[in-house]
Design a binder for this molecule. Sequence first.
Ligand SMILES: [Zn+2]
Length: 429
Amino acid sequence: MQSSTIRWRQSTLPRHDSRFARCVFWFIAALSVTIRVSAQNPQHNGRIVIAASVALDGKGHVLRDTHIVIEGSRIVSIDPNAGPVDYDLRGLTVLPGWIDAHAHVTWSFGKDGKNAGPGGTTQDAAYSAASNAWVTLMAGFTTVQSVGSPLDGPIRDAIDGGQLPGPKILTSFEPLQGRGEQTGTPDEIRAFIRKQKQAGADVIKIFASQSIRTGGGMTLSQDQLNAACDEAKKQGLRTLVHAYKEAVRAATFAGCTQIEHGTMATDDDLRLMAQKGTYLDPQAGLVIENYLLNKQKYLGTPGYTEEGFAAMERVLSLNHDLVQRATKIPGLKIVFGTDAVAGAHGRNAEEFIDRVRDGKVDPMAAMVSANSLGAEALGMADKIGSIAPGLQADIIALDGDPLKDITAVRRVVFVMKRGLVYKNVARAR
Ligand SMILES: [Zn+2]
């Protein structure tokens, strides 16, 4: 086992490094599971200046011909006269690192190539989870909410502790699985929520509907949902509710923070969400496209049947319909979440393309959903999601203009997280 310490300083990634040096760097990065990396504990207090010809500020504005000045892990100023320039990102589109509100970083395929789910505890599963985190960061996602598996906790902590490279992870530990009356009384549900808080949850995940593959029926009563979301609020935690159809309205009435999926919600439900300020995290395509693409790897594993796959094909068009309707509801806050499972990690940005192409979302709105609006939904708008003085230096660059060609989101050529550069292949074009 390696025990050397690699300091991921700015200086380890010079601007004019050779192709060979980069290869070595990627190789080491891929093996970093066993190597202590101080990526999250920046050693440099130096100043970095990024030159940008086009920068999206994350709030819907375009900054032109400017310089972004970073000290340590923070942006300190936007000043076209600042120099000297360390990273010349002119000709690219610079924007805040993306936020994925819904992923499952521990979910992988097993050694047999089949779906292994998010709960694997073997060494292979741990390496796969580390790899998922790494490719997600490389794809431009600097913050991810990974919810539904207690194993999200250890990887969150490893990344926070600088032992692994990856996006900042927020997680829920054990989700509240709606099982009708068996779920428990409102008091028992409140105790369950407090237990997750004690375990270190950043957010509470609640399943209020069955899988859409088995009909999507409601699995928690209004009283049970009220108890769950109210107790979470008392504990200072947000609530993400997996909800379809009538569960969307019930979760909104219960004061839950955010609805995941939302398939078959009516326009009235969506208007109620807008009124109450409930966030909607719909999936326009990637999650189902990924299942269909990897059908043979999922089929026969728990929860994945031929009938379920047939249902998913129908749900795909319902999801397109949901996103198209949701974007027309005034004031509805739509955030970006992929529900990335095995096969989708590192391809999270495909969901942007689905939203714009199939959901008819305006490209700028799609970007904001994963920047300032996504940050607001996490309660982190003062830390991430915008390019502005005082915010964390989570900055990415795309080779192309996503406002004109949304497929530019596939071409992430620069990734900085908290002032540290993890990817810089801009000049290799
Ligand atoms: Zn999910």
